[in-house]
Design a protein around this ligand. Structure first.
Ligand code: ADP
Ligand code: MG
Length: 689
């Protein structure tokens, strides 16, 4: 057996079981080693049977006196009963529906049994405890800190644990990859010991040291990447774009509103940055509707005044359209030529626009990733603005960086990002935060709606439309993992949990619920032109109710919409829900966000309750981070930017240690060439940004 041995080739794994491991992303012995538990059950306490206390999690060690199975008369299920005793007394054991147990356990066997002690009229009892035959060498499933793994329907903890313990010996073959002095400096245990310890800790201390070591590795990689990026960038140059104060002031005072204080500060920070020869790398982080576009427009205008072109990129066609219109409007009285480049334009039109960009006939181009794939080479590019950068794919982000080389870089996000996290992910990123809303916005009323009140909610929506308002209905098509499903990742679709698809929801709403209203739908599979058509119709009030997937999540501006109704709300992250909610409340009309949930899990209803009573995007993002981790919240997981499986943002001490270590390495690349090579190999095609 080696690291590449396939799970299917390991003893005792049938085809069905193998498929389930595959579903969990575990294909080889190595994958098993790196498949970490997400919690531990403490079954260390071995209690004499006579001292069993109802309600306690315990392990007993005793001999089987009797064991027999029978079929329950009513439910036709197998019930296995046993009597187990130690020196102090005996206890009854019951297992349900595990007919094979009598094949494994026989009278006379000495067993460990772990579970919750119970008591009834006949005395103490253990129901469905985990069992394991006593062995001198120690236990795997009982009588210890027992690892609990994320699993899927039909794959038991015992099966996973068994296979992992089977391959555990491989851990010793893994060479330590960190230099000895770094290990010492950061006070870390060897990597292979940490692998043992994370799966089968000998005690609390071993568990902590092992977890810390593995967390450190994750954080160290991120910090090293950030350090390298910082170093690389320190040599780059960009054209200084000087602050044309008079013109900018004139522009700002010509706006139909007064900038908020944080908009002013953000704009000021950007104008300061781009006046330098060092390329700006700044993120404007502000809640939905906080007015980021106009801040970008100020920077773009200033670039224009200096004779530089600017590019503004959006992750979707709808958003690009919208930015294009906003900029045209904002710049309508100025002599700025704004262009739009998207994938759905005809080849001929694209060619013309590309030519105009290349010749400098277009000053500002707004576009989707078409800007990356088309033959665009700017005439005099000074500033690149990217909206919702994390929505772009890894490759696209790389391309954006390449295209924009030598230009100032501004990104904008409505997923609030704490400064500490931004620093950790991007290393040298500066962040401007817009933390206030333009005045006059009404608070959005958010309500979880019980299934019984659905009709009432529909009536309410009907009334809103009659008042002239418009409505979004969001349904999630793709099943997403959420915290309620970490332990059991649903393997087969659970009918009660089945998400309503856009089309069936559209059918229901348009034919049965609101036959007198105009209902439309939108989903990711539509052609861009079709999407635009639907959005236009919605904008022009030709559609009252728009049923959509999460494609409307970012940025879409329909001020007249006053109700956001979300089906299957439990399957979305808090930050994402907040984005949806931000689609309404964009005018003086009172707006509402109605949440429907198809989950009865305590955890998900707590999460939705939190959302109901919180309108601060930063707080929600923070909560989301706690629950789901940054990889999922910021979509950085797949890009390798942020592969945090164990480490948390709250691991301050480890973050600091990792940063110190990364600095040590970067300052002495020759001395640490070995580590640098390993890291580069690991990252493979993931470019060191
Ligand atoms: P986001 O930050 O979500 O991108 P937008 O830039 O789309 O927000 O702005 C949302 C709306 O608020 C737009 O209609 C914009 O014109 C308006 N707006 C922006 N700044 C202000 C302000 N200071 N006062 C009033 N309205 C503003
Ligand atoms: Mg926006």
């Amino acid at each position: 057996m080696d690291f590449k041995t396939r799970v299917a080739e390991l003893g005792g794994v049938g085809k069905k079981t193998f498929k389930k491991f595959e579903y969990l992303g575990v294909k080889t012995a190595k994958d098993l080693l790196y498949y970490f538990p997400f919690r531990y059950e403490d079954y260390r306490k071995i209690v004499p049977i006579a001292q069993l206390q109802a309600g306690e999690l315990v392990t007993i060690c005793g001999q089987v006196e009797l064991i027999a199975s029978k079929k329950s008369f009513r439910s036709r299920k197998t019930i296995t009963e046993a009597l187990v005793s130690d020196k102090s007394g005996s206890v009854r054991i019951v297992w349900f529906n595990q007919p094979f147990i009598t094949k494994n356990i026989h009278v006379g066997d000495i067993l460990y049994l772990s579970g919750k002690a119970q008591a009834d009229m006949l005395g103490p009892k253990l129901t469905s405890p985990i069992y394991e035959k006593y062995k001198k060498e120690g236990s795997t499933h009982t009588a210890r800190l027992v690892p609990i793994y994320p699993t899927t329907h039909g794959l038991t903890q015992k099966q996973i644990r068994f296979l992992i313990s089977h391959v555990m010996g491989l851990a010793a073959k893994i060479k330590e990859w960190l230099p000895a002095n770094i290990l010492e400096q950061a006070d870390l245990i060897p990597f292979s010991s940490a692998l043992y310890g994370i799966h089968f800790p000998t005690d609390d201390n071993d568990l902590k040291l092992s977890t810390d070591r593995l967390k450190f590795d994750e954080l160290f990689l991120i910090q090293l990447r950030a350090e390298l990026a910082r170093q690389e960038k320190s040599t780059l140059q960009a054209p200084p774009i000087s602050f044309k104060e008079d013109k900018i002031k004139e522009f700002v005072s010509s706006l139909p509103f007064t900038l908020t204080k944080s908009q002013k500060i953000s704009a000021w920070e950007i104008l300061q940055d781009i006046a330098k020869t060092k390329p700006m790398n700044r993120l404007v982080s502000g809640d939905v509707g906080s007015g980021k576009t106009v801040v970008a427009a100020i920077a773009i205008y200033n670039a224009f005044l200096n004779g530089y072109q600017a590019a503004m990129m959006a992750p979707t066609e709808i958003l690009a359209q919208q930015h294009y219109q906003s900029l045209q409007k904002l710049f309508s009285k100025l002599n700025i030529r704004v262009g739009l480049l998207t994938g759905s334009q005809t080849g001929k039109l694209k060619k013309e626009i590309v030519a105009d960009i290349n010749d400098g006939k277009i000053d500002v181009v707004v576009g989707t990733h078409a800007l990356l794939v088309e033959n665009v080479s700017f005439y005099k590019l000074g500033l690149v603005v990217v909206d919702e950068q994390h929505r772009f794919g890894v490759e696209q982000r790389k391309l954006i960086k390449q295209k924009g080389l030598g230009a100032h870089f501004l990104s904008m996000t409505a997923t609030p990002i704490p400064r500490s996290l931004a620093l950790m992910i991007y290393g040298d990123l500066d962040v401007s935060i817009i933390n206030e809303m333009p005045p006059g916005r009404k608070k959005i009323i958010t309500k979880m709606v019980e299934p019984a009140k659905r009709e009432k909610a529909y009536q309410f929506i009907h009334d809103q439309v009659k008042l002239g308002r418009q409505v979004f209905v969001i349904c999630s098509l793709i099943e997403q993992k959420d915290e309620a499903e970490i332990e059991i990742i649903n393997y087969s679709a659970n009918p009660t949990n089945e998400k309503k698809s856009v089309l069936s929801e559209y059918e229901k709403l348009s034919q049965k619920v609101f036959p007198d209203l105009k209902v439309g739908y939108l989903h990711g599979k539509l052609k861009p032109t079709e999407k635009d058509k639907v959005m236009d119709e919605f904008k022009n009030k030709k559609i009252d109710i728009l049923v959509s997937t999460s494609v409307v999540e970012v940025g879409v501006d329909i001020p007249n919409a006053s109700v956001m109704m979300i089906e299957g709300a439990e399957s979305f992250g808090l930050a994402q829900l907040h984005q949806f909610r931000g689609r309404v409340g964009r005018s003086s009309h009172q707006s509402y966000c109605l949440l429907f949930s198809s989950s009865s899990s305590q955890k998900s209803s707590e999460r939705l309750k939190y959302f109901e009573s919180n309108s601060d995007g930063f707080k929600l993002a923070q909560k989301d981070l706690e629950i789901r981790g940054p990889g999922e919240v910021y979509g950085t997981e797949q890009s390798g930017e942020m592969n945090l499986r164990l480490a948390k943002l709250s691991d301050r001490e480890l973050i600091n240690k990792a940063r110190e270590a990364a600095k040590t390495i970067v300052l002495n690349p020759d001395k640490y060439s070995q580590v640098m090579k390993i890291v580069k190999d690991w990252e493979g095609q993931v470019h060191l940004e």
